[in-house]
Design a protein around this ligand. Structure first.
Ligand SMILES: *[C@@H]1O[C@H](CO)[C@@H](O)[C@H](O)[C@H]1NC(C)=O
Length: 473
């Protein structure tokens, strides 16, 4: 047992650096006014109604006096010590006239709703902040996160997912932490567990932290549509909004993409950015989401052929209007500059940024992805043209004029002598085959029989009907 404990301590030391905690925000507590349809906790003159078919475990922290209560068929009260209910005859002077107050149905609250979670880097920070900013997919628990349901509270969460189970590192419920899947599945199948976790999937606890110092992917991309179905995107002011991987909405700001090597350490890099930049007063309003993501690789940004892992740094500022995203862009430039001067020590191969103003690191140095795509497109266009040329040539629809000699070139530059070198072109025996060509009369009717000619001055489309055309015009 001791060795197992030592191993656990060792592992948690290794893993502790990248531990992230995600806490479920809503609760099903009797004392939380948001759980009641009138927006206030019932008092002595009130009749309390739990919907008969509602399935819920309600946490009660204190003792309450009510004028009546109807209970659900399938429900549970979790009573803290000293908590309870008593029924009062007549009105409570401190409570007013009283009325019927209903408990809100928590059935619609979903695990995959990013708005219902908050994340922090430690348990203490979960209580007091600072809370961390994430792209939507990572706002809710990732596969290596510790999930916390607040102590002294109950909840009801729909864990329906695309897969049959959702895997996380650990789950804390009512102050008890489950890191072992056997223990947790026992709890989840108990009467109380079934009231708290419902839906078509289950939650499993792996106990395993992320052991890759370059970071671990969140693992929620398979449920992207489910996650985004509850997200409303806001109107944006910037010119070229960006779409971060794992996010549901376009944003104004900047994204730094980091291509890392094996010696990269995501947590020390996060601390470096925090320390060097986010701590500065001018960058105080910036929200940063830094994580490892998989990006589909696309040939010429269209044809997918695989995925690569990158570190994505999403930077958002709070500015709106024409200034939207400008501060984030300035920070992105600082970050890329820092990486370029220190890339070897940081374990970073390269980094670039894109900003919603349209600017990107490619503008300042090197060739941007756009330029590369442009060059590739250009090369392909040339290849396509050559292929077309060969095909047309073989079919005899094209004539290659003899290259003019230097003297005729000079002559050729005089408008009157244009026919000289070009006439040689018509001597090409291929020309004769033209007559045998119109096998596809519909497409190339003899009337408009155009063909392509190469001359010393470039490419021209020549209609043989008009032999005297000024080709150099
Ligand atoms: C009451 O519930 C709301 C939303 O479900 C939550 O934001 C709030 O923190 C809860 N209040 C307390 C005191 O826990």
């Amino acid at each position: 047992m001791a060795t197992r404990q030592e191993l656990f301590i060792l592992l948690s030391m290794l893993g502790s650096v990248c531990a992230l905690y995600k806490q479920w925000v809503p609760d099903t507590n009797f004392e939380n006014s948001t759980n009641w349809d009138k927006g206030s906790v019932p008092c002595g003159s009130d009749q309390v109604v739990f919907p008969a078919s509602g399935k819920v475990a309600v946490y009660v922290a204190a003792s309450h006096t009510l004028s009546g209560m109807s209970l659900p068929v399938d429900g549970e009260f979790i009573l803290a010590s000293g908590a309870g209910f008593s029924i009062r005859e007549g009105q409570d002077p401190g409570c007013g006239a009283g009325g019927t107050i209903r408990f809100r149905d928590p059935d619609s609250l979903k695990w995959f709703d990013p708005a219902l979670w908050k994340g922090a880097s430690s348990l203490d920070h979960l209580q007091t902040g600072p809370y961390l900013f994430f792209v939507h997919e990572e706002s809710l628990p990732c596969q290596h996160d510790d999930v916390v349901f607040r102590d002294g509270s109950s909840f009801r969460v729909d864990v329906s997912a695309r897969e049959s189970s959702i895997s996380v590192k650990s789950i804390s419920v009512l102050g008890k932490k489950f890191s072992d899947n056997y223990d947790f599945s026992q709890y989840a199948s108990s009467q109380l567990g079934k009231l708290q976790f419902h839906g078509s999937s289950s939650v499993t606890v792996s106990g395993s932290a992320c052991h890759d110092s370059t970071g671990c992917e969140c693992g929620n991309s398979g449920n992207h549509d489910r996650i985004c179905s509850s997200v409303k995107c806001s109107q944006l002011d910037c010119k070229k909004p960006l779409y971060p991987v794992g996010h549901c909405c376009e944003v104004c700001g900047a994204i730094v993409t980091i291509h890392f090597s094996d010696s990269f350490d995501i947590e020390s890099y996060r601390q470096r950015v925090q320390h060097l930049f986010l701590g500065l007063s001018k960058y105080k309003s910036i929200r940063m989401a830094l994580s490892k993501v998989s990006k589909p690789q696309k040939l010429m940004r269209v044809i997918p052929y695989g995925t690569t892992q990158e570190i994505q740094v999403v930077l958002l500022d709070e500015d709106t209007g024409p200034q939207a995203g400008k501060l984030a862009e300035a920070l992105a430039q600082d970050i890329v500059r820092d990486i370029n001067s220190q890339s070897f020590h940081l374990g970073i191969d390269s980094a670039e940024y894109q900003a919603s103003s349209g600017a990107s690191s490619g503008d300042a140095s090197g060739i941007s992805g756009g330029a590369v795509a442009g060059i590739i497109l250009g090369i392909l266009a040339v290849i396509a043209f050559l292929a077309l040329f060969v095909v047309l040539y073989r079919r005899g629809r094209i004539r290659v004029p003899n290259l003019p000699s230097l003297s005729s070139w000079r002559k050729g530059s005089e408008p009157g002598d244009l026919g000289g070198p070009l006439d040689h072109g018509f001597d090409n025996p291929m020309f004769e085959k033209l007559n045998s060509l119109p096998e596809i009369p519909g497409l190339y009717g003899t009337e408009s029989l155009n063909s392509i000619t190469l001359t010393h001055s470039g490419v021209h489309f020549v209609n043989p009907v008009y032999d005297e055309t000024d080709f150099n015009a």
